[in-house]
Design a protein around this ligand. Structure first.
Ligand code: SAM
Length: 260
């Protein structure tokens, strides 16, 4: 079987993505840990270290789901500025805004709950916004950074999402995308293919009681453009200095670009 992009019609894709994340929201974080054997934590750390967050920054995390990336950015900013000022919250820190944008309110609700559990419930830096990556509600040139982790694969028109990322970034702003990608190393590829095709849907059934959603996730990984092709799409959206880094032989890749 091939999982050609055209096989899933566009309306179907949007509906499928909606269903997937409504049904998995509550088990989402646990499933991430199980399926990636905890590695998604390191991958997100790597993403945030490439961003170089700073106090006072305006940042947009799209498909931000349950807040994983935003929490890391906030922790990073707080540790830097606390070290600099030695006394509580600095003025710049007060101005920091991290917008977590997701199309699915269930995911955002889980994120809000997690923020409250971390004592960040009242933190003005974190702003939760329901919205579509393809039509962002933010002003042109309003953001210092844009991240999207395990999100762009689910977007119906990737080009539109990239254009929107470019639009909302300030000059000098950085685009970073963490996504499941393509393994090219022969023996590892065979192992990875059988892991994802048979093991992931089985774990989905066992843990989340939902085989189909996880089957869909595996198929969406296959359909996603390879590293080089995706890098070209980022360049076509206007970004400069486009590069990517493979992690675990391409199981995931971090693509980056600058708006100059
Ligand atoms: N970034 C989070 C993380 O890494 O843990 C969540 C990733 S989760 C696999 C994908 C998220 O993308 C879901 O929360 C889903 O609701 C969201 N999503 C899907 N399509 C979207 C769109 N068009 N615009 C914004 N968010 C979208």
């Amino acid at each position: 079987t091939s999982f050609g992009f055209k096989e899933v019609r566009e309306e179907e894709k949007s509906k499928l993505v909606g269903n997937v994340f409504s049904s998995v929201a509550s088990s989402y974080d646990l499933m991430n840990d199980i399926m990636s054997v905890g590695l998604h934590r390191l991958w997100k750390d790597r993403l945030v270290s490439k961003l170089h967050p700073f106090p006072g920054m305006k940042h947009l995390d799209v498909a931000g789901g349950t807040g994983d990336v935003a929490f890391r950015i906030l922790e990073d900013i707080n540790s830097v500025s606390r070290r600099a000022t030695q006394d509580g919250i600095s003025d710049a820190e007060e101005e920091t805004r991290l917008y977590v944008c997701d199309i699915n309110p269930n995911m955002l609700n889980v994120g809000r709950k997690r923020a409250a559990e971390r004592g960040l419930g009242e933190d003005r830096c974190l702003v939760w916004v329901e919205g579509d990556a393809e039509a962002l509600s933010f002003d042109d040139r309003s953001m210092d950074g844009y991240t999207i982790a395990f999100g762009i694969r689910n977007v119906t028109h990737i080009e539109k999402a990239l254009k929107e990322a470019y639009r909302v970034l300030k000059r000098g702003g950085r685009f970073l995308c963490l996504e499941l990608s393509h393994v090219e190393i022969p023996v590892f590829k065979q192992f990875y293919d059988s892991y994802s095709f048979s093991v992931i849907p089985a774990i989905g059934e066992l843990v989340a009681g939902d085989r189909d959603s996880y089957q869909y996730l595996v198929e969406s990984i296959r359909r996603f453009p390879k590293q080089e092709a995706f890098a070209r799409m980022i360049g076509d959206a206007g970004f400069q200095k486009v590069e990517y880094e493979n992690l675990v032989g391409g199981v995931v890749a971090i693509h980056s670009g600058l708006k100059l």
